[in-house]
Design a protein around this ligand. Structure first.
Ligand SMILES: Cc1cc2nc3c(=O)[nH]c(=O)nc-3n(C[C@H](O)[C@H](O)[C@H](O)COP(=O)(O)O)c2cc1C
Length: 617
């Protein structure tokens, strides 16, 4: 066996590439590439949207777009191929004349004009869910949307009502009391701008928030003008195959790919509440999902889709939850991100910063839950911010006692640690047994407690194989969430189902990439702009996918994903190409499915070369 550097994966000798021993090691690149150039593809001579799909234009001569199909086609970029993947599947292509595979669905009619064709039973059955329309976004921008429900909840949760002195913290079962009392020792003073909440205008007051009061109010006498929590949809989280929320890479086409490979629980990419409340269109785009994510999945369960939100502020959390509950048509749960370590998010008091401020974290959950109707609320946590100061043992008791949160996900790392060490599954196991004993005593909660359902615990961190998944479940969690493991090996969900490693051939992996591209073209469009967007996200995906090392090449039974293989030649040329860490090779792969890259095309992955270790979230 060749000598290995620390952190290197043992690869069988016959596959290793001999290297010059004097070669200097490249400096490790960490974190995100912040200065990236994005090329936007815009057609100069963009055809009218109605005409481009063969319809009449309602604006006629007042339309600002050209209507001359022949003139448009004369200058249009050449076709990428003559078989449109979308037309082949659905018998119709929604990109019409703009499609870059137009030859697949156009004919020249008797008048010598181009005419789009559609198969008799052709129907495009991909639907986007959770599209919040322009009118709602405008009302948000101009503060015209009625958010009075959220506003009354905000005042209630902030404690404007007088607490009922008969309602005591001692109602909480002994088992869970340490948590509540440890944190609520004394008073936590917070400066809360009520203007921010939309409750009061032009007045900033300092509110002394007594956590004991909040806690008792939350569980007893807040007259929440809302559905009783009993009316919440109950989710059975046990053994769900969860694909983690993944900014940028966890887009709907990728989620759909994982769904076809066995995942049944999905999250939108994290959306920040502030821009959502500003009616910022790109942020609302993050909330969207696909009908395919909520259908019956191959494991026999209906897929569920959650929307993940990040904010540190009660008014943002509550108002956004109200808008989503009222305007979105495909949300199975609402998740509050309390694990994001990114500075930008942390500095706003959101993400893992909330771990330092449990009162605020709990109020956000209470507020969201109170306005979200039947949609249950979940929370994503990490162990803490500092390595030596895990906080979840205390926090989880309060989440149980003071909210009706359906599930908490725990990533077994601290913010300080990022991805440097292995996730701490012993800690996750300890929290799991605490949650279990709290659930066993759920009947001891006061009758008017907000909690009406057991709390589920989802473990997260370093699940790269079916064995890791079952080890996690054996620690006592309800299920295990998978992030990087799915980016590198999207069929990990299949492996879990089959309880064995599945060694996909290069042909099978190439088919997966093709499926990703087709999903992308269906979602973003098969016109020039859609092709460009699909390529960009394909390349982001490749920055993870190339890290898969076929199991047959390993010398060990159970490789760790954080360990890097030395340079190797795989079993065939395509497998070697798929393992290349060069962007030029990823571009070459994209060209198989998306045609040649446009001139001046550049791409820098969002996450630097050791992306698997360093991506943030
Ligand atoms: C590229 C990338 C993007 C992420 N984006 C998010 C996110 O938007 N929200 C979130 O809660 N976590 C995010 N995470 C964190 C993951 O959901 C997960 O908690 C973490 O990667 C640990 O799981 P793993 O060891 O299975 O990768 C992201 C992780 C990666 C690698």
């Amino acid at each position: 066996m060749a000598e290995l550097e620390t952190g290197a994966v043992p690869i069988r000798e016959e596959f290793l590439v001999k290297q010059d021993g004097n070669k200097k090691r490249k400096r490790k690149e960490r974190g995100q590439n912040k200065r990236r150039e994005k090329i936007h593809v815009k057609e100069n001579n963009a055809l009218c949207p109605a005409i481009s799909i063969g319809n009449e234009c309602p604006y006629k001569e007042n339309c600002k777009f050209p209507h001359d199909v022949e003139a448009y086609l004369a200058t249009k970029a050449p076709d990428i191929g003559d078989k449109c993947p979308i037309f082949e599947r659905y018998g119709v292509c929604p990109a019409g004349f703009k499609c870059r595979w137009l030859a697949g669905h156009v004919v020249i009619n008797a008048d010598g004009k181009y005419e789009l064709i559609k198969k008799p039973d052709g129907q495009f059955t991909l639907f986007t869910v959770n599209t919040v329309g322009k009118e709602v976004q405008r009302k948000l921008r101009t503060k015209q949307l009625d958010l009075s429900k959220a506003e009354s909840i905000i005042s209630a949760v902030l404690g404007e009502e007088k607490p009922d002195p008969s309602s005591k913290v001692s109602n909480i079962p002994e088992e869970n009391r340490d948590a509540t009392s440890a944190i609520s020792e004394g008073k936590e003073t917070e400066s809360v701008s009520l203007e921010e909440t939309g409750v009061l205008k032009n007045q900033t007051v300092s509110v002394n928030v007594d956590l004991k009061e909040i806690s008792s109010q939350a569980r007893s006498n807040i007259a929440l003008p809302t559905l009783r929590p009993q009316e919440k949809n109950l989710i059975d989280w046990r053994d769900r195959k969860i694909l983690a929320p993944l900014t940028t890479v966890g887009n709907p086409p990728f989620r759909r790919l994982c769904g076809s490979l066995g995942a049944d629980t999905f999250y939108s990419e994290m959306a920040m509440c502030y821009p959502l409340m500003q009616g910022h269109q790109p942020e609302w785009a993050l909330v969207r999902g696909l009908n395919y994510e909520r259908e019956m999945m191959r494991g026999g369960r209906r897929g569920i889709l959650g929307v993940q939100l990040a904010t540190g502020k009660l008014w943002q959390a509550t108002k956004t939850a109200q808008v989503i509950a009222e305007q979105c048509d495909g949300v199975d749960f609402l998740d509050l991100n309390c694990g994001c370590p990114i500075d930008l998010v942390f500095r706003q008091g959101a993400g893992s910063s909330l771990l330092e401020n449990p009162g605020r974290l709990l109020r956000n959950l209470q507020g969201m839950d109170a306005v979200s109707g039947q949609i249950p609320v979940t929370v994503k946590l990490r162990m803490g911010n500092k390595d030596d100061h895990p906080v979840v043992k205390n926090l989880i008791g309060r989440i149980f006692n003071e909210t009706n949160t359906s599930a908490a996900t725990l990533h077994g790392r601290s913010r300080q640690q990022r991805y440097s060490k292995n996730a701490n599954w012993d800690y996750i196991g300890e929290i799991a047994s605490k949650v279990k004993s709290m659930n066993e005593r759920i009947d001891e909660l006061p009758e008017d407690s907000l909690r009406t359902q057991p709390l589920s615990l989802i473990g997260n961190g370093d699940c790269y194989s079916w064995q890791d998944w079952y080890d996690g479940v054996n620690k006592g969690v309800d299920t295990v969430m998978i992030a990087r493991g799915a980016l590198v090996k999207p069929w990990i969900f299949e492996e879990i189902e089959a309880r064995q490693f599945i060694d996909k051939s290069s042909t099978q992996r190439l088919e997966m990439l093709e499926q990703y591209c087709n999903n992308g073209l269906e979602y973003w469009g098969s016109d020039s702009q859609g092709v460009n967007t699909t390529r960009r996200f394909f390349l982001e995906f490749m920055s993870f996918f190339h890290r898969y090392t076929p199991i047959a090449l390993y010398e060990v039974q159970r490789p760790r994903l954080n360990d890097r293989p030395p340079l190797y030649t795989a079993r065939d040329e395509m497998e070697t190409l798929l393992a290349s860490n060069k962007v030029t090779d990823w571009v070459k792969l994209s060209e198989f499915f998306l045609g040649p890259t446009p001139e001046r095309f550049t791409f820098t992955p969002k996450h630097k070369s050791n992306s698997v270790e360093e991506a943030e979230g």
